[in-house]
Design a binder for this molecule. Sequence first.
Ligand code: TMP
Ligand code: ASP
Length: 257
Amino acid sequence: MARRKQIYEGKAKILFEGPEPGTIIQYFKDDATAFNNQKHAILEGKGVLNNRISEFVMTGLERIGVPTHFIKRLNMREQLVRHVEIVPLEVVVRNVAAGSLSKRLGLEDGTALPRSIIEFYYKDDKLGDPLVAEEHITAFSWANPQEIDDMMALALRINDFLSGLFAGVGIKLVDFKVEFGRQYDGDLMRLIVADEISPDSCRLWDMETGDIMDKDRFRKDLGNVTDAYREVAKRLGVLRENGGAGQKGPVLVSDNE
Ligand code: TMP
Ligand code: ASP
């Protein structure tokens, strides 16, 4: 990590200047935070798992034509990504009531929603990422109407892709959050998926047992957080059983580390 210019340090990741203009190195930390940083812990191995899971998901999205910032994974904790201007919104797609939606509307967790619901939250830690309407987004120029349309269309495609991906391995995608970035190519600008898609940013329930396999294990003090992430990775085929020397249990499939 030495001798590289750090651009930004967030709660779960650090961004460094990339080797070429227009690139960034995204480093996955083991830090877990919840409730706007009020709760913090180091979950050993979480960063390694999220790096691999996010790589797997982003690669799958690229394959179906959803553009992402992902270029390649560099090592256990780092990936090379495209430099983007982050749209200051968290785009949440929900299929089943949980979390803040259940609380806000008095729904029971697990209630199937009549259709997938898209929400926007303004990215501002000081304000606790408040829920905002399209009116606020356009009035304050966080995104223009065309960008809102594009983000909604992309979010629904991501939802379809992720729902199928996880259903195939016995996991229900309850909801998830994505972030988008603007990538400039001369006069052209396009929106691409940025940040990460991992159990930190999704709600994932085991289809048979209902077990929680995401960051809610940390938020709700359920324990075994990284075990659950590891199980997600294993089911997606990102881990193989009984790998390298001295390893107990599943290890990371490795090609260049
Ligand atoms: P919520 O129910 O707490 O609003 O969360 C909705 C989804 O967004 C859930 O999958 C967790 C994810 N999320 C984040 O990735 N980052 C956040 O800061 C929050 C609050 C939620
Ligand atoms: N990531 C946010 C935080 O650290 C909130 C959350 O995911 O619950 O505070």
